[in-house]
Design a protein around this ligand. Sequence first.
Ligand code: APR
Length: 253
Amino acid sequence: MTNIDQDILKAAELIKKANKIVALTGAGISVESGIPDFRGPSGLWKKYNPEIASISFFLKNPEEFWKFSLEVWKTLKRAKPNPAHKALVELEKMGKLHCIITQNIDGLHQKAGSKKVLEIHGSANWLICTSCRARHPSETVIKQLKSGMTIPICDLCGGLLRPEAVLFGDMLPQDVFSEAVSEASSCDLMLIVGSSLVVFPAAQLPSVAKKNGAKIVLINLEKTWFDEKADVVIHGKAGSILPKIVKNVKKTH
Ligand code: APR
């Protein structure tokens, strides 16, 4: 048995014993769905300066911002859930997974069938008017850009539209983040999947869980600063590791 196989069994054992499991997911869980992450080996921030996803860049240069966003949006729309998303659905159906806290805006957890998902960085499905705050479905952008516009505009007031998703320099949606903190502090196991854990405040959630006595299972391709604090760390692809863990939980469930 390899070390990874042993760690998979250990993770499954912890999951079986746990009463309230909360998953924290990041861009790494969607890489196998064809969506690049930000800081991984082929991450978006190797190609672009992360400033392009900031509120200040959007306000200074909306045209370039929207060119970038449209590319990202097209990739998100094409993507389908992968076995890692599906494994979390299984865990929820088994009554083991209480909720998912995700930093992702791609909606793939919901597409896979997960019921309770807290999107702490918002969603790519919606745009918001910077003037009248009206919400518009993202399809609006496509229609407007197809008709020759380079910057999508609110059809109610003519204001500039921005993604509802959180940009660098934005506040997180406070109600959703408070709920995430409350779930993190009341779980007895946190399952972290595919996050470099460098973007705060999301990256403080594992510490919140740990401080309240939760076990930590961490699955990520690369090392993170939180590895040494976790009970089980598995470096590998979420799409192959998570289904194996869930299979072992099921065996003796
Ligand atoms: N399986 C598991 N982990 C993977 C996989 C995979 N198939 N592919 C990549 N990873 C890992 C990478 O090694 C990396 O450590 O996923 C992690 C992704 O980290 P980031 O790219 O930093 O993504 P995330 O932690 O979600 O970023 C947080 O940063 O730019 C912002 O708002 C953006 O929500 C995002 C936030």
